[in-house]
Design a protein around this ligand. Structure first.
Ligand code: TYM
Length: 330
């Protein structure tokens, strides 16, 4: 039997290079080898209260981006989270055994409290239980995600194992965060510190034009040329190299590493090369995104087909979970 893979991306606008390199590119690689369920996490994006029009537009955009990246609805199940109500039912059941202390200690929750102190809603607090429900509803083994999701995966394992123990069942396997070719990645932003993110204003989007990409990359924070061989790299410089490693050939990376060590590096030249390599990666995607976005019929057919397959798998898990808990017809 093929192992089961589940992952999703929130519909909060267009996808950026971090989403692509940390997650979507791996989805595409895994679809042939595994039994894959990939979805658009529209319910998760409600924590920030998008307008109805924005939410719907973002869901369409992510579906078009999934298809443009090479996800094939004949090879994997592609669906919208809210089309599978079994997920929200499992979320309610899991919430009964998710404790306030552990939810409050979750790093992403603490970050949100800092960033949006006026909107600390219950959906944010229980974000990890909804994510656990997404994963456990298909009894997944592997979850391709970026490094920022590691703690959520750990909580998913805790909730699944706790359920198994409480109800004397082996229903839920222990899902692992996974990257097919390397350890989990964190793609940095262009502002010198931290990860690339939609809300950090430091992102390169798959749909950015070549001019936008050149402008953003040339403006990225760098540093002074090193003064002595083997000088440790500052964070902005490490970040530029991390981006280069993610998108450029190993020869290119080696070339600039040598120049850095020789203290002859010109960051302007490195950024020019980086921009061109990003453009080479995103141009074919950008063209396909436009094509899929213009095809409403295809987008809705793919979502309908995906919902049907995802619900079949989800219904069976939910039936078993409820049976284990004693939720039965009188
Ligand atoms: P989200 O929507 O923030 O991001 C989607 C995916 O992109 C990865 N990612 C990154 N990877 C590397 N570097 C970055 N700078 C970067 N930024 C984002 C994320 O790690 C993620 O894999 N909670 C999830 C969505 C979700 C989910 C799930 C994922 C909901 N249910 C079930 C897996 C399984 C999230 O907010 O990802």
């Amino acid at each position: 039997m093929k192992q089961i893979v589940v992952s999703g991306i929130r519909s909060t606008g267009r996808l950026h290079l971090g989403n692509y390199l940390g997650a979507l590119r791996n989805f595409v690689q895994m679809q042939r080898e595994y039994n894959c369920f990939f979805f658009i996490a529209d319910l998760h994006s409600l924590t920030t209260h998008p307008t109805a029009a924005d939410l719907h537009g973002s869901v369409r955009a992510v579906m078009a981006e999934y298809l443009a990246a090479g996800l094939d609805p004949k090879q994997c199940t592609l669906y919208v989270q809210s089309d599978v109500p079994e997920t929200t039912e499992l979320y309610l059941l899991l919430n009964m055994n998710a404790y306030l202390g552990e939810l409050q200690r979750c790093t992403s929750f603490k970050d949100k409290i800092r960033k949006q102190p006026n909107n600390i809603n219950a959906g944010l607090l229980t974000y990890p239980t909804l994510m656990a429900a997404d994963i456990l509803i298909h009894r997944a083994n592997l979850v391709p995600v970026g490094k920022d999701q590691e703690q959520h995966l750990e909580m998913t394992r805790t909730f699944g194992l706790r359920f198994n123990r409480m109800y004397g069942t082996e229903l839920f396997p222990e899902p692992q965060a996974y990257n097919p070719q390397s350890p989990l990645v964190k793609i940095p932003g262009l502002d010198g510190t931290g990860k690339m993110g939609k809300s950090e204003g430091n992102a390169l989007y798959l749909s950015d034009s070549p001019e936008d990409i050149r402008k953003k990359v040339m403006r990225a924070v760098s540093d002074n040329t090193p003064k002595a061989p083997n000088e440790p790299k500052s964070e902005p410089v490490q970040n530029l190299f991390a981006l280069l490693r993610a998108v450029s050939s190993s020869d290119t990376v080696e070339f600039f590493e040598d120049q850095y060590q020789a203290c002859t590096i010109r960051y302007g030249d490195m950024k020019k090369q980086l921009a061109e390599d990003i453009i080479a990666l995103t141009t074919p995607l950008r063209e396909k995104i436009e094509m899929y976005l213009a095809d409403d019929r295809l987008l809705s057919d793919v979502a309908a087909m995906g919902a049907e397959a995802a619900r079949k798998s989800a219904k069976e898990t939910l039936r078993l979970a409820k049976e284990a808990m004693g939720i039965r017809k009188l």
